[in-house]
Design a protein around this ligand. Structure first.
Ligand SMILES: *Cc1c(COP(=O)(O)O)cnc(C)c1O
Length: 431
């Protein structure tokens, strides 16, 4: 890494005394109250008033009939996959995944927790390339995927960075092919599309209460459904699938995935602040947009029909303003060029002054673990290319955004003054 602090380009910039985070938890006062109440009344297990209350509140905010509190968004995704899997393919014999050998269409540019649960159940993720308008699943590539794999019945769809994807188009395609949607709204709680909240668009949908999300329980997640029977089934599975017998009686596989009443207490204290956090994140996004508008970069885009929760602010460097950068599997190299910059240069500069950004989530088709899985682009059956060396000539949208984009420090507690310094640092990277 260059020594940014002694580089002339960065003269006069002072290192942040306290770190500016990408996205850190923001506690208020009610969290303590509900956690204390749980402890004082001895309801610290996976039953209690906080769970009941927060499930009700979350369902109501999203507009869904039922929210089931679980230990994480990943656990919620796993049970969501299992639920739609059993609906479509029946119950597997014990020791077998419900999706064994079955292909599932998945968002490609996402966090791996979106996709891993498909593999927990023995399924084969088929990755669908990204579009440039919202950085989510490309409906054109999805349609293409159905022409190649018409037997597929499940689509796992994410709303990346809190921005709703092209939902109408994707739902239309799903309906035409009789496919069910598992919606990963882990990053987009509170975002809406045509006035309807994300979390409403899947046959089953999922939220996360992970520490860096828009609200947090320190951990935790929710599975959202409109079916009482499904909600009951998820509650049963998540508490080791106990039957209604006096002893431990088991007819199906169980999981220890239920949310604790302590975690639920933190979440219950956070729920009233969801909109406040969104407003703060929105202000961060707007300040970046204004502050960076004279540079050859663009902010992460969203469609006029949607209202993101602005969880992370990101930027994409214009092709013509990219200095040379190459990435291996775990390392990278770049050179500074006048009037240009690259994501890793900007991220290194931010790190040098004690601010945390992050590369764009590396697309799944570029991950070593998923390298051999099918990957479908809008213009053909693109195979994941070799990861040993990624050049600027990459052809798919996901790899292009990965190579030219980055996530900016997006903490809702970042002050406008701190953000001005970050904007200044980014400008100097292009000098
Ligand atoms: C955070 C996240 C998850 C997983 O949620 P956890 O609560 O951390 O298990 C899943 N999908 C996406 C897109 C996420 O960002």
């Amino acid at each position: 890494m260059l020594d940014f602090t002694s580089d002339d380009r960065f003269k006069g910039i002072k290192t942040f005394a306290s770190k500016v985070w990408l996205s850190s938890p923001t506690m208020h006062v009610e969290e303590q109250k509900w956690v204390d109440e749980a402890i004082q009344t001895n309801w610290v297990s996976t039953v209690g008033a906080n769970i009941n209350e927060v499930e009700k509140q979350v369902a109501e905010i999203v507009g869904r009939k039922y929210a089931v509190g679980l230990s994480s968004g990943t656990a919620a995704l796993h049970l969501a996959i299992k639920l739609v899997g059993e609906k479509l393919y029946g119950k597997p014999s014990v020791g077998h995944g419900v999706l064994e050998g079955k292909r599932v269409f998945c968002s490609d540019m996402t966090f791996d927790a979106t996709v891993n649960p498909v593999c927990y159940e023995g399924g084969i993720p088929v990755f669908i390339d990204t579009e440039y308008d919202t950085w989510n699943m490309d409906p054109v590539a999805l349609e293409k995927a159905f022409s190649l794999y018409p037997e597929v019945k499940i689509i796992v769809l994410v709303h990346l960075y809190g921005t709703p994807g092209k939902i109408d188009e994707i739902k239309r395609i799903a309906d035409a092919h009789g496919a069910l949607i598992v919606e990963d709204a882990a990053e987009s709680f509170g975002a809406s599309y045509k006035g309807v909240q994300t979390g409403m668009f899947g046959d089953v949908s999922v939220l996360s209460g992970n520490g860096n999300k828009i609200i947090t329980g320190s951990s935790g997640g929710f599975l959202l459904t409109d079916s009482k029977d499904e909600a009951d089934r998820i509650r049963k599975w998540s508490t080791q699938s106990r039957e209604a017998a006096p002893w431990y009686q088991h007819e199906e596989l169980g999981y220890n995935y239920r949310m604790s009443n302590i975690i639920a207490g933190i979440l219950r204290g956070q729920v009233p602040y969801l909109q406040e956090h969104i407003d703060q994140k929105h202000a961060v996004y707007e300040r970046y947009r204004d502050g960076l508008k004279d540079l050859p970069v663009k902010m992460n885009p969203f469609s006029a029909e949607s209202s993101p929760n602005y969880w992370l602010s990101c930027m994409l460097i214009d092709k013509s303003a990219m200095s040379r950068e190459v990435r291996g599997e775990q390392d990278y190299l770049y050179i500074s060029e006048k009037g240009k910059s690259s994501p890793m240069e900007i991220l290194d500069a931010l790190t040098a002054f004690n601010a945390e950004g992050r590369p764009i989530w590396k697309p799944m088709h570029m991950q070593p673990i998923y390298r051999l899985n099918p990957f479908i682009t809008s213009n053909g059956d693109g195979r994941a290319q070799s990861n040993a060396y990624i050049s600027m000539s990459c052809v798919d949208v996901g790899a292009d955004i990965f190579m030219r984009g980055l996530c900016l420090p997006s903490d809702n507690k970042m002050t406008p003054d701190q953000q001005d310094v970050i904007i200044d640092i980014i400008h100097r990277c292009f000098e």
